[in-house]
Design a protein. Sequence first.
Length: 178
Amino acid sequence: MLKGIGRVLIDEQTLMRRIDEMGEQITRDYQGKDLVLVGILKGSVLFLADLVKRIKLPLVIDFMAVSSYGSSTHSSGVVRILKDLDEEIEGKDVLIVEDIIDTGLTLNYLTELLLSRNPRSLKICCCLDKPSRRKVPVKVDYVGFSIPDEFVVGYGLDYAEKYRNLPYICILDPDEVE
Ligand code: PRP
Ligand code: MN
Ligand code: MG
């Protein structure tokens, strides 16, 4: 058993059914476009892997790795790029893929940065959204699930780098974790 794992919030079948729908919608919306999916490491990798299998279009996958700048527990909203994209995105139809949008600081920063490179279009696709936590506005174009303000792990989301491999989303009780 995994210590600290509480209630399952979104089970695997529910995740896959919703991702089926999202893949179909993206397939319709990006017909004839020059699609580049940008996964934000590390949290997005499980979602991205399942999503791309359901997008029936030619596409390119690229990754960025970022970390909130500074040591303060409160993110300043300044994001440090640990790994940049491999490819140019000028003139491309870019879709950022994230596991979760919380305060919005990461995506707010990344949106500004990527827009400065003149893509033809830039949209955001998130598996989870916690709208009650937002500090800065971010327009999210595709949302898998809107969730309450609970600490969730699994399906890419970590607590101290653990639990990412769980195939479902569950609520973590930090008091129960070693
Ligand atoms: C988490 C999550 C999002 C971001 C959301 O990443 O995966 O990328 O935080 O938070 P925000 O909306 O408040 O900016 P984290 O920085 O923990 O890195 P990880 O993906 O490697 O876990
Ligand atoms: Mn992340
Ligand atoms: Mg994390």
